[in-house]
Design a binder for this molecule. Structure first.
Ligand SMILES: Cc1cc2nc3c(=O)[nH]c(=O)nc-3n(C[C@H](O)[C@H](O)[C@H](O)COP(=O)(O)OP(=O)(O)OC[C@H]3O[C@@H](n4cnc5c(N)ncnc54)[C@H](O)[C@@H]3O)c2cc1C
Ligand code: FES
Length: 277
């Protein structure tokens, strides 16, 4: 059993929970995830570790209430216990000193880029981040991101905070050298996490610039050990399992169209269970 030691509502439908998990915290690395089973009748869902503290033996999960299990988890209170947490799972993000790294997070994807941006900064990179949300109320972790980046840009779709528009519009300005502070600086790596449509748009944008672009794929996962095949995705001409081969992949090689279809394949069943809430 994994005790919830802290809980905070970060935005509408986005909740942070801190859980006692000393063995997982001891081995956690940026980019890795855990599989969470809320109670003994619960399904398995993957969640990225947004933070961890090895000394205190805790991990932080940030989840968006999108359906049955995330809703149940967000309703848990401090002192409650989560039945099972498995991890750390997946390959850690490859962190190296490269130069300028741009980290891009959309929606709850901001929680997933936070530890990665921090790790790139710690490795001596010049870290620029762009975070975006539909509106100001949905934007999370601004201060936490500011603390781990050399520069932070914010966009909202409706212009209620930061720059109006999508993260890709700001990214294009940076890559075109139109942002004063970033003019004439070479970008060595782009790391993007967010909705599939966003990761695809970022990858399409960076392809002609020939800048290596890594995306963290949010495929459907069940066992997360490479056995069930539910997280299969196509990367270049190869079939990959996001749970054991990823979740990070080269965005220029990911078949986003297939990915979009596969994550939506259980919509009807998800709606039936959601209606019971
Ligand atoms: C490696 C990885 C890391 C993730 N990290 C986070 C995170 O840090 N925070 C966060 O809020 N979400 C994260 N997700 C997505 C999260 O797992 C899903 O939102 C969650 O499983 C939805 O379950 P549900 O029962 O609440 O909703 P449902 O109604 O069952 O599903 C809603 C949507 O979530 C997706 N989904 C459903 N079941 C799964 C599953 N077993 N595995 C993956 N996706 C599923 C589908 O796209 C589905 O349409 C991550 C996914 C992956 C693969
Ligand atoms: S989740 Fe089953 S193979 Fe990846």
């Amino acid at each position: 059993m994994f005790k919830i030691t802290n809980k905070e509502r970060l935005a509408k439908d986005i909740t942070k929970i801190v859980v006692e998990a000393p063995l997982i915290a001891k081995k956690a690395k940026a980019g890795q995830f855990v599989v969470v089973i809320n109670d003994d009748k619960g399904e398995r869902i993957p969640l990225t570790m947004a933070d961890w503290d090895r000394q205190r033996g805790i991990i932080t999960l940030i989840l968006q209430d999108v359906g049955f299990t995330t809703h149940k988890l967000a309703a848990r209170e401090i002192g409650n216990c989560i039945a099972h947490i498995l991890g750390p799972l997946g390959h850690a993000t490859e962190i190296k000193k490269l130069g300028q790294v741009i980290c891009i997070g959309g929606g709850v994807g901001i929680a997933e880029i936070l530890p990665v941006a921090g790790a790139f900064k710690q490795a001596g990179n010049d870290v620029v981040s762009i975070i975006g949300a539909r509106n100001k109320e949905l934007l999370i972790l601004e201060e936490e991101m500011r603390a781990v980046c050399n520069e932070l840009y914010i966009t909202t779709d409706d212009g209620s905070y930061g720059r109006k528009g999508f993260v890709t519009e700001l990214l294009k300005e940076i890559l075109d050298g139109k942002t004063d502070k970033r003019a004439n600086r070479q970008t060595h790596l782009i790391y993007a996490v967010g909705p599939i449509v966003m990761m695809r748009a970022v990858s399409d944008l960076t392809r002609p610039f020939r800048i290596k672009t890594i995306v963290s794929l949010n495929t459907i996962m069940v066992d997360a050990t490479g056995m069930c095949g539910s997280c299969r995705c196509s990367v270049g001409d190869q079939a990959k399992f996001a749970c054991v081969d990823g979740p990070d992949f080269d965005g220029h090689l990911v078949n986003f169209q297939e990915l979009g279809k596969r994550v939506n394949q259980f919509k009807a069943q998800e709606q039936i269970i959601r209606d019971t809430l």
